[in-house]
Design a protein around this ligand. Sequence first.
Ligand code: 5GP
Ligand code: MG
Length: 171
Amino acid sequence: MKISDVPLFTAAAIQERVQELATKIDRDYQDKSLTLIVVLNGALFFAADLARTLKTATLLDCVRAKSYTGTVAASEVALSETNVQFVAGRHVLVVEDIVDTGRTAETLLKHIAARQPASMALCTLMDKPANRRTTMKPEYTGFTIDNQFVVGYGLDYNGRYRHLPQVYVLE
Ligand code: 5GP
Ligand code: MG
């Protein structure tokens, strides 16, 4: 396994898209009590850039989701006590690195829905709609990509490549 010679998305392209998403989110959530729930580890860098680009004041908390061992999907997520306090009566935006089958997002949104948020939406850096097994449809998508395995800018392959500033395809 190696990564593509040329990035799928350069650091500059990612930053430009983050800026566009932030502008949209700022417009949609102005004067609303926004909470970002960041899905670790993959969304770490995306969420850090997005949160710092937003003008809207937010609360931010993280959840841990581990849904891939190698490139095989399975799914499990849970909310901490802090998340619960940040959710009730607030407008919650879940920040994901990538939506694939949609199972992780679906599980998480169900947990959140049970904690009475004012509203709930999904923001993902990348979307792979071709592999969807649920009805998940992100309200905010950075890039829609083909059914390929990507790494970098927070996304890993068995722990590797997460630190890279650009997104690459695993070959
Ligand atoms: P889902 O539950 O939608 O099938 O999968 C979502 C999670 O699987 C993502 O949050 C991400 O962590 C992981 N995932 C899905 N596709 C990819 C990919 O192409 N590359 C990497 N590194 N992780 C992926
Ligand atoms: Mg993820």
